[in-house]
Ligand binder design. Sequence first.
Ligand SMILES: *Cc1c(COP(=O)(O)O)cnc(C)c1O
Length: 340
Amino acid sequence: MAKIVLNKENYFHNLEIITKQTGSKEKTAVVLKDNAYGHGLLEIASLAKEFGITKAVVRTLEEAKKIESFFEQILILAERSYSTYSHTFHIVVNTIEEIERLPENTNVHLKVDTGMHRNGITTKTLKEAILGLSSKNLNLTGVMTHYRSADELSCDFFFQRSVFNQVKKQVCEICEQLFLPIPKFHSANSSALFRFKNFDEDFARVGIAQYGYLETNPIFDNPKLKPVMSLWANKISTRTIEKNQKVGYGGKFIAKEKMEISTYDVGYGDGFLRLNGEHKYFTPKGYEVLGKVSMDNLSINSSDEEVCIFDDVKKLAEIHDTITYEITTTLMPGIKKVIK
Ligand SMILES: *Cc1c(COP(=O)(O)O)cnc(C)c1O
């Protein structure tokens, strides 16, 4: 069966670079949503814990419950029906209306829209939101925002940062008036974190960088991260084909000479996005994926028992005209994970 190998040395290498940039392990929250971007929620949570990380970010309550014992604090980004109480869980509130639905004593991080216009309350409704939280006995433990173009060469990032600095000031004033404790402030994802000269927030929410990638414009002085995931497949069968014989659906690959080829047990059904035979793709050992990828297998000019299909997804992202995030996140959770 196909498997995903997680390289622990590379993961720790990335966390070293990230924690150096944030200033400490405590100021680093690892984003583990969507099965840790396809890497395996429990596997990455256990590695992060072993490294000394104490904070995680997930999408749902279900994910949070699975890793509750690994972390001191878990931020839940998008749970609409929240009914449990846990000291460890902090839930993100995106609208004033949501406040009504939360049970007393829930830890809340208030998301503020500073210019992305996707989620979060407007800066004008800060006081209304904080009053609402306090009247419902909810604990305001954090205030956050998200940048729309931290990975691009534009001044948007600085504009949003200045808006968020204003938000921080206002929140502190409101909390002082109401005798509420000052919440934690956080805004940075991976790209934004590496654009701070001196990172001065309470923590950063780091997703893709821990897995070894950054989509930030190369004009910035980006850190040397190492991909954590590699995908391996096992041989199903081998055959010899003659010159001009065709391989796979549509006969997209045509042999230029007699050659030995094999099929391996990975396909788009495993979430390995379909190569359509229009682009050449080579495995790390230099084998070529021949023709179109099928649902459960693909053909390669190799007869090795096991081949590494990728140990870096940048090339695949380029071929599929997408970002590295999508290549790893589409991999099915059912693929076996091995930590090495
Ligand atoms: C996914 C997500 C992140 C992590 O983003 P990366 O670019 O992977 O570092 C941070 N914050 C929020 C709100 C997110 O949804």
